[in-house]
Design a protein around this ligand. Structure first.
Ligand SMILES: Nc1ncnc2c1ncn2[C@@H]1O[C@H](COP(=O)(O)OP(=O)(O)OP(=O)(O)O)[C@@H](O)[C@H]1O
Ligand SMILES: O=C(O)[C@H](O)[C@@H](O)[C@H](O)[C@H](O)CO
Length: 182
């Protein structure tokens, strides 16, 4: 279990939702569903990778810490800019290690992680049936790097075996947020 978060982070700060998890875990899909309901500003973490990182993954080579720091910082900067204007945000980012999440938390005081975590065979199957630069062969290295959310981190786990609408509803309910009517 991880700590609860209130929608305003407890101090009238804008909330920043980070959908995290290994490749193929469904973070982009669920984040989009939540974005549609909340209408908040959104950033897809993959769009912030320098071309060298994308080329490396496309070649089937896992990223290292040093490949990731600058990328994480650019996502934190994007968030901080909006935090400064009082705007809540939604981002997707694998955020596999706690140290990576520490960088993202610099983007705003009220940062809440939604960890898409579940059956690796399901992830593998989903990765194999989509058109994406990330090869399924990299899933194992993602799982090796993954550090689940720890007790002192604000966030929740969701199981991407559930339907997307249900997942979005769980996130909104946990944060006491109401979405736009369908
Ligand atoms: N809850 C779900 N139910 C059914 N299919 C899903 C669900 N979530 C995701 N998918 C499908 O699984 C595949 C992987 O999802 P998605 O691209 O959102 O994962 P991701 O974690 O963002 O991956 P990556 O980080 O590699 O981009 C997609 O084809 C998506 O349509
Ligand atoms: O930290 C990483 O290794 C990367 O973020 C990967 O997770 C990919 O970007 C993503 O899975 C492909 O979409």
């Amino acid at each position: 279990m991880t700590e609860d978060a209130s929608a305003d982070g407890g101090a009238d700060r804008p909330l920043h939702l980070v959908f995290m998890g290994v490749s193929g875990s469904g973070k982009s899909t669920v984040a989009q569903a939540v974005r549609e309901r909340l209408g908040w500003e959104f950033a897809e973490g993959d769009d912030f990778h320098p071309p060298a990182n994308v080329a490396k993954m496309r070649d089937g080579r896992p990223l290292t810490d040093s490949d990731r720091w600058g990328w994480l910082e650019s996502l934190a900067d994007w968030t901080a800019e909006r935090d400064g204007r009082g705007e809540p945000t939604i981002i997707t980012c694998s955020a596999l290690r706690k140290a990576y999440r520490d960088v993202l938390r610099r983007g705003g005081e009220a940062t809440f992680f939604v960890h898409c975590t579940g059956d690796k065979h399901m992830f593998l199957e989903r990765m194999s049936s989509r058109d994406h630069f990330m090869p399924p062969s990299l899933l194992e290295s993602q799982l090796d790097t993954l550090e689940p959310l720890q007790r002192d981190e604000q966030g929740m786990d969701v199981d991407p075996a559930l339907p997307v609408d249900r997942l979005a509803a769980l996130v909104l309910a946990r944060l006491d947020l109401s979405g736009r009517p369908d």
